[in-house]
Design a protein around this ligand. Structure first.
Ligand SMILES: NC(=O)c1ccc[n+]([C@@H]2O[C@H](COP(=O)([O-])OP(=O)(O)OC[C@H]3O[C@@H](n4cnc5c(N)ncnc54)[C@H](O)[C@@H]3O)[C@@H](O)[C@H]2O)c1
Length: 263
């Protein structure tokens, strides 16, 4: 039976390119987006099907998984990719309104999508969740604090869900591109190029997505950077606890100790 994939934000940019790639690889693809015209076009092009999903609505994600299960007999992969930019510049970008609007798409959307997909992936005996975070989730982003905050949260979520669902054969990883040639950077494209910032081609991001799927790791955040092969970002472990005397703090449980940090 052909594998089945669900793509959010599949009407354009990275989501559309990954939907095309998955279709080439033999997946049956459910394309979802709030952009109905664009989403229907991509779905028709790849012989998939489209459903309108606003990732801010948990019920929309549940309905998408139900539709994929009904149409394809199950779900093997969820690409939780829908996202928006905050609006660059502190004045417009750092406000309670911008915070709620962008967190609800870039973070809530991934939480609701993963929550909806996990039971279907479990029912299939395992599968993949790939969430599109950003390089902004791995570095400081003074140019857009709210975007940096929600992308860092997506990285944190993936790092937690990966080990949590490893025993169910569900891999959960994050795709973390630098600036890429899509509609999301329209307002800043000239400024970026003027400042000499090289832009990724969407095909570079798709290649990184392929590498994630071909890998075996989970809970990883793969950077995608111009001119470099993508790989999981190497996080430094936090320092572990010490007793007042400076000894290593004893821990009854090795797995708890590992999460507390390095000795
Ligand atoms: N292009 C970049 O420079 C870049 C870099 C790093 C990360 N990203 C991330 O990549 C992802 C895809 O963005 P892109 O670059 O392809 O841009 P894009 O604008 O081409 O695609 C984003 C898609 O998300 C959809 N979307 C927006 N709000 C939605 C909602 N509430 N529910 C469902 N769909 C919604 C849009 O309609 C659009 O089709 C985003 O999460 C973005 O943050 C992009």
């Amino acid at each position: 039976m052909a594998k089945a994939a669900w793509v959010t934000g599949g009407a354009s940019g990275i989501g559309a390119a990954v939907a095309r790639r998955l279709s080439e690889q033999g997946y049956r693809v459910l394309v979802t987006d709030v952009d109905v015209t664009g989403g229907e076009r991509v779905a028709a092009e790849i012989g998939g099907f489209f459903q309108r999903v606003d990732v801010r609505e948990p019920g929309d994600s549940l309905a998408a998984v139900e539709a994929a299960t009904h149409e394809f007999g199950g779900l093997d992969l969820a690409f939780l990719n829908a996202g928006v930019a905050t609006g660059f510049g502190l004045e417009e970008g750092f406000s309670p309104e911008a915070y709620r609007r962008v967190m609800s798409i870039n973070l809530d959307g991934v939480v609701y999508g993963a929550h909806a997909a996990i039971p279907a992936l479990k029912a299939r005996g395992g599968g993949d969740i790939v969430a599109t975070a950003s390089l902004a989730g791995l570095t400081a982003t003074p140019f857009d604090p709210i975007y940096g905050a929600n992308k860092a949260a997506v990285v944190g979520l993936v790092r937690a869900l990966g080990p949590l669902y490893a025993n169910e054969n569900i891999r959960v990883n994050a795709l973390c591109p630098s600036f890429a040639e899509t509609a999301i950077i329209t307002n800043v494209r000239d400024a970026l190029l003027g400042a000499g910032v090289p832009l990724l081609d969407v095909s570079d991001v798709v290649a990184a997505f392929d590498s994630i799927l071909a890998g075996s790791g989970t809970g990883e955040a793969w950077f995608v950077q111009v001119g470099r092969a993508s790989e999981p970002f190497a996080f430094r472990n936090v320092p572990g606890p010490r007793t007042p005397a400076g000894d290593k703090a004893p821990s009854a449980d090795a797995s708890v100790q590992a999460n507390l940090g390095e000795a």
